[in-house]
Write a protein that binds this ligand. Structure first.
Ligand SMILES: C[S@@+](CC[C@H](N)C(=O)[O-])C[C@H]1O[C@@H](n2cnc3c(N)ncnc32)[C@H](O)[C@@H]1O
Length: 285
């Protein structure tokens, strides 16, 4: 990350927001009652292991429609991987309607631990105990590798003063829109899953991964490891969908057939990671 220190969007005038690196204040998830849209915006400011939780509702309409057309009349067990606050899982759930047999909504991290100290909030990853970010009145500091030695040094000093995570409390990162769906419909459940580990549940009919299998985030070897884990979570004759929303929505729908994946359909030019599966490599059972 080039700028490990960002200004809170809320404290700069809108005409400067394109110039000054800024992010919405994620601590509004702790201190204020935010609506579903604001929740997604604030959750998108969180960065875990160098991967942003960027999300917004309604960002995958074409790939949701493609999956709805594909499943039409065949209720499926679906796992959604790396969902951030899960708002886009609700979009998928609504697009599929009665064709959801079950929907398991997963992310590597469903909550963070928050500790208030020195007039700011320090957010930790609850499992690893690592301090992810620190949020003060105007600035957000990210604990990431940076090429900017001046800002990096300044951020390092802030993290050197971080408190112990033990004294904090957990902040759940899932959108109220998702939580009311989970409360209403027993077909929908939440689970932590690190895609770099094997899937531990029953095999699923559809594995959907949106905006995670990004060649900018991971090496080819890592992408292939994650894809193999997704592939092994798919029942024979099932589907795997990889979605990207960089400049526009792009997706590839793969079918598992004869022990390998074949491209069944695309949105736009297909997902960027598609080439990794089509260039002489394929996951195996
Ligand atoms: C850019 S967000 C995408 C959110 C949502 N799928 C969407 O398209 O709006 C990437 C998400 O992947 C999650 N993530 C990062 N590493 C992961 C891993 N190893 N396993 C599962 N999820 C991971 C992050 O926590 C984050 O919520």
């Amino acid at each position: 990350m080039r700028f490990p220190i960002k200004v809170k969007t809320e404290v700069i005038p809108s005409f400067l927001r394109r110039i000054i690196p800024n992010k919405p204040d994620p601590t509004r998830l702790i201190t204020s009652k935010v609506d579903e849209t604001q929740f997604s915006r604030c959750a998108s400011s969180i960065c875990i292991g160098g991967i942003w939780r960027t999300t917004s509702p309604g960002r995958h309409p074409e790939s949701n429609k493609l999956l709805a057309r594909t499943l039409a009349g065949t209720p499926a067990r679906i796992v959604d991987v790396g969902v951030s606050d899960g708002g886009t899982s609700v979009d998928l759930y609504l697009a599929l309607g009665a064709d959801v047999r079950s929907l398991v909504v997963t992310d590597v991290c469903l909550k963070v631990r928050a500790v208030r100290q020195n007039g700011g909030w320090y957010l930790f990853r609850p499992d690893a105990g690592a301090c992810l970010m620190a949020v003060f009145d105007h600035l957000i500091y990210y604990n990431v590798i940076t090429s900017n030695s001046f800002l990096g040094g300044h951020a390092a000093a802030v993290f050197a003063a971080a408190p112990s995570p033990e004294t904090g409390s957990d902040v759940f990162l899932m959108n109220p829109r998702l939580m009311s769906t989970v409360a209403r419909d027993s077909r929908v459940e939440l689970r932590e899953w690190d895609v770099f580990t094997p899937w531990r549940g029953e095999r699923m009919d559809v594995v959907r991964v949106a905006n995670l299998l990004n060649p900018a985030y991971f090496t080819t070897a890592q992408l292939r490891e994650a894809m193999s884990n997704c592939y092994r979570a798919v029942e024979g004759q099932g589907w795997m969908m990889v979605v990207d929303n960089r400049k526009s929505e792009k997706a590839t729908l793969f079918r598992k057939e004869g022990g390998r994946l074949t491209v069944a359909a695309r949105v736009g030019d297909g997902a960027d990671a598609e080439a990794l599966l089509c260039n002489g490599w394929g996951p195996t059972d």
